[in-house]
Design a protein around this ligand. Structure first.
Ligand SMILES: [Zn+2]
Length: 213
């Protein structure tokens, strides 16, 4: 059974997820921690629960999802895992941070590449990697059917979908991906998005205005 802890960090209200099971191992997805108090918040949770971080993963490399990459990778000696084709987005981070005038300690490069069909393991648990582009050129989502967890990045939100006007975004691709890869899952899968509250596949299939006529 996977436990999930969410944190909402940085001026973009980005959701950072920490997944762990009954082993001591955990993984950190999209660390958006962007200052000393946010860094302390996630580190304190890790200490208090006696966890050992074993993977640092980005669903995609937009600035709000990578602000804590440097801190987490340094503190826990982790290489960054993401899709290879997010490299260009990651490399744009410094420029984007300057545009928004937010402090950014540059992320390490992506060193471990993941793609559709790969499996990310930690403790006694495993997550299936789904390739889910459309919001960003090479977003990935992470699924565990037993624990009914879908980490959707900025692909699908409660009552909405990710924006498609940023470089590499595409509305047709995004809605096709959601239909073919998310809405084919069972209704009780809980969707944990990159922003806002969690929802379920069933609720979004029935009520999301982008898919309901
Ligand atoms: Zn994004």
């Amino acid at each position: 059974m996977i436990h999930i802890q969410s944190f909402t960090f940085n001026p973009f209200y980005e959701n950072t997820y920490l997944l762990y099971d009954d082993s001591s191992e955990c993984i950190i997805i999209d660390p958006g921690c962007s200052n000393a108090s946010e860094n302390l918040e996630i580190s304190t949770f890790i200490v208090d629960n006696k966890l050992k971080p074993v993977h640092l993963i980005n669903t995609h490399c937009h600035i709000d999802h990578i602000l804590g990459n440097k801190y987490i990778s340094t503190r826990y000696q982790l290489k960054l895992t993401a899709h290879k084709k997010e490299t260009q987005v990651l490399d744009f981070g410094t420029q984007t941070a300057m545009m928004y005038q937010i402090p950014y300690d540059p992320s390490p490069p992506i060193e471990i590449f993941i793609d559709e069909g790969d499996i990310v393991k930690f403790g006694h648990s495993a997550l299936n990697v789904l390739f889910t582009p459309g919001h960003s050129p090479a977003s990935i989502s992470l699924l565990n059917k037993e624990s009914k967890i879908l980490i959707s990045g900025d692909v699908l939100f409660q009552g909405s979908i990710g924006r498609t006007d940023l470089p590499g975004g595409n509305f047709e691709t995004l809605t096709r991906v959601i239909r073919s890869k998310f809405f084919t899952l069972t209704d009780d899968i809980v969707v944990y998005p990159g922003h806002g509250d969690s929802t379920t596949v069933g609720i979004e299939k029935r009520t999301n205005p982008f898919f309901v006529d």
